[in-house]
Design a protein around this ligand. Sequence first.
Ligand SMILES: Cc1cc2nc3c(=O)[nH]c(=O)nc-3n(C[C@H](O)[C@H](O)[C@H](O)COP(=O)(O)OP(=O)(O)OC[C@H]3O[C@@H](n4cnc5c(N)ncnc54)[C@H](O)[C@@H]3O)c2cc1C
Ligand code: FES
Length: 265
Amino acid sequence: MKVQETARILANDWVSEEYFKIRLTCSSDYKDAVPGQFVTLRLPGQEEPLLRRPFSIHRLLTAGENALQMEILYRVVGGFTRRLSRQAPEGLLDMLGPVGHGFTVSSHEQPVVLAAGGIGVAPLVFLAERLKHAGTDMSLVTIFLGGLTKTDILCDEIFSGQGAKVSVATEDGTAGVKGLVTDPLNHWLEKNSPAMIYACGPHAMLKAVGAIAKSRDIPCEVSIETLMACGLGVCMGCAVSAGDTEKGYRHVCKDGPVFDAKVLV
Ligand SMILES: Cc1cc2nc3c(=O)[nH]c(=O)nc-3n(C[C@H](O)[C@H](O)[C@H](O)COP(=O)(O)OP(=O)(O)OC[C@H]3O[C@@H](n4cnc5c(N)ncnc54)[C@H](O)[C@@H]3O)c2cc1C
Ligand code: FES
């Protein structure tokens, strides 16, 4: 069930370069939220932007009996995210969620891969927490983080602290191996056979990861970030082509944002 509420900002901290993390009060209804689900935000009383903006749930924190807080990790890319980065604690946000279908969470007994490109890491922290909670031994989890440069590599210490292995790739070689995130992933897959690959990041990366998974017959789920308009399944703002449906497309906000990677390849 979706809840529309006025969330109070508890913290809004700069992380690095154009990345920020905001912590908000949220309804206890989020206790059943699934990693990959997202919220849509507006600044109350402001006409701009007209449309709510979607952000993945990065973390849910318990704050006393029946009270929850939510963290959102975001990158400043335009008008709304710039205004969001200037909001101070005690400010209010109009929040609607949880929206969409998330990742399949289960207790894995074989290795598992999480692959992120840039801000695509945001929902994967929540996913790693829920995999651990479901009983997955975190030493079986390997996280592949990719970005253009070292400041695009986020949350590596959170994952290491959870007991997962972390592999980093940057296109300019300023952190980890030089290249695309799919380079160390391909290398790792020569010796390992994971039960599942979960991925979130730019479309081209998700297509590449999906193609790798398909060629090796590995189940793979991807979280797709598209531009969105209504966020409720009533316009075509978020349609992605999907050959497996009669219509030839799917709505990311309603049918996703998490899909079987076969939708993309
Ligand atoms: C399901 C979902 C989950 C998301 N989760 C996060 C998250 O956890 N953290 C985060 O920082 N962002 C996330 N995004 C992207 C976020 O919604 C956009 O960055 C935000 O709406 C931009 O608003 P703006 O007004 O600041 O920028 P705008 O002025 O709207 O856009 C600025 C520039 O960014 C581009 N852009 C905007 N949205 C996207 C997008 N989705 N994909 C690629 N390019 C885009 C525009 O084309 C434009 O060039 C998510 C998007 C979706 C669909
Ligand atoms: S954004 Fe309108 S249908 Fe998805």
